[in-house]
Design a binder for this molecule. Structure first.
Ligand code: HMG
Length: 391
């Protein structure tokens, strides 16, 4: 079996963020509810010049550092906040990055699972031999919006994670054993006419937790049988992180299923390092799970070389998958070299008033305006066409 997995990754976040203590005070909520109850510290806020395309392009550029664009034979963007009903974000990305015309380019959607769908397609493409030596670029990019003064408001966020997927997995080699659980549920959705998502909050938590156990069970059955404490073998478990406390709850559900009577004991060594970056960004929908993976590789103090880790992907609606990988020697040094915590430190903190003004801008209708030069920028709309700048 071909050794397929993640060769490189890239992360992009908006230029600005909101401090969650400030948001709590503005909403007359005890700040401990956000910091301890949800586990959020900061929330990324996308400005009008930033959208799913520009975030995807910035993350992809980081992942492709040193890679010849002609090596990319497949480009998939997983997103649930696309910029057009027809034209895929992946096509805009192809233009901005100069990907070759013989590259297969498309977009995948299934709420937060859309990026994992792209990753699974890329892995199957490699393992089947269809790639003929080429690599795949899978980008998960989203802007999570519930709206001002909603229960979901503190669980918004924005960003992108790009994965270079190949038969030379310099970061994580992924196993073909995948446990899947899908169900038709109305836990979270966004009708075509809406910018903000609608969610049945507590029900969405229940759906997610049931999916953790069912996907984990499916993975165990595929691997040859259910064994108590099977998850002990993982040095880290990365969960989809709509907010960090959800990963805590998910881990509790998984370990309880494993037969662990004290399920939170293993949280510190198996989950915590994967929440360092997510708690400063918020929900990135498709990218949240992979931001957690980046967080483990960037922030975990242990040498994880050769160890196994697990990933749990959840997309409302719903589809969930539990899968595993082995950390390649040198992976942590590669990801640390990206200086991801510094990327977050460099953002500008905005006030609640500025955040509210930003959300009120009708971004998709604004006329083209020149922006200060930056790597990729959304300039506005001209004759119903989105215009992007690339420096
Ligand atoms: P809520 O009604 O604001 O909060 O909704 P709550 O009353 O449930 O409180 C939240 C936590 O804070 C609770 O902790 C409280 O006890 C605690 P828990 O009991 O659950 O452990 N709390 C406090 N802690 C300390 N000090 C205090 C205090 N007060 C309360 N003073 C909810 C929370 C998450 C439901 C809401 O924010 C929401 O609807 N968010 C969006 C939905 C969501 O993120 N769902 C997650 C699962 S579905 C999913 O992950 C998919 C998704 O990413 C979409 C996709 O797939 O595309 C969302």
């Amino acid at each position: 079996m071909l050794n397929a997995g993640i060769e490189a990754l890239g992360v992009a976040v908006p230029d600005t963020y909101l401090d969650m203590t400030e948001l709590a005070r503005a909403r007359d909520v005890d700040p401990a509810k956000f910091s301890d109850g949800l586990g959020v510290q900061q929330m990324a806020v996308a400005a009008p010049h930033e959208d799913t395309v520009t975030l995807a392009a910035s993350a992809a550029r980081m992942a492709l550092d040193g890679v010849d664009a002609n090596e990319i034979g497949l480009c998939i963007v997983g997103t649930e906040t696309a910029v057009d009903h027809s034209k895929p974000v992946a096509s805009f990305l192809q233009g901005l990055l100069g990907l070759p015309s013989h590259c297969r380019v498309f977009e995948t959607k299934h709420a937060c699972y859309g990026g994992t769908a792209g990753l699974m397609i890329a892995l199957d493409w490699l393992r089947s031999g269809s790639s003929r030596g080429r690599k795949a670029l899978v980008v998960c990019s989203d802007i999570a919006r519930y709206g001002v003064r909603t229960a979901g408001e503190p669980t918004q966020g924005a960003g992108a994670v790009a994965l270079l997927v190949s038969d030379d997995p310099k970061l994580v080699a992924l196993s073909p054993n995948v446990g899947t659980c899908s169900r038709d549920v109305m836990d979270f959705w966004r009708p075509l006419y809406r910018k903000d998502a609608i969610v049945d909050g507590q029900y969405s938590l229940t759906c997610y937790l049931e999916a953790v156990q069912q996907a984990y069970l499916a993975w165990q059955v595929q691997g040859g049988g259910v064994k108590p404490y099977a998850s002990d073998r993982f040095s880290a478990i990365c969960y989809h992180v709509p907010f960090p406390k959800m990963a805590f709850k998910a881990h509790g559900a998984l370990r309880t299923f494993d037969g662990d009577a004290t399920p939170s004991k293993s949280f510190e060594w198996q989950v915590k390092s994967g929440l360092e970056l997510p708690r400063r960004v918020g929900n990135v929908y498709t990218g949240s799970l992979y931001l957690s993976l980046a967080s483990v590789l960037a922030c975990d103090a242990r040498d994880l070389s050769g160890s196994e880790l697990a990933l749990f992907s959840y997309g409302s609606g719903s589809c969930a998958e539990f899968f595993t990988g082995r950390v390649t020697s040198g992976a942590q040094a590669r990801v640390r070299a990206l200086a991801l915590p510094k990327l977050l430190d460099a953002r500008r903190r905005i006030s609640v008033a500025e955040y509210e003004r930003t959300l009120a801008v009708a971004v998709d209708e604004r006329p083209v305006a020149q922006e200060p030069s930056r790597a990729f920028g959304f300039l506005g709309v001209e004759q119903d066409r989105r215009v992007y700048a690339r420096s």
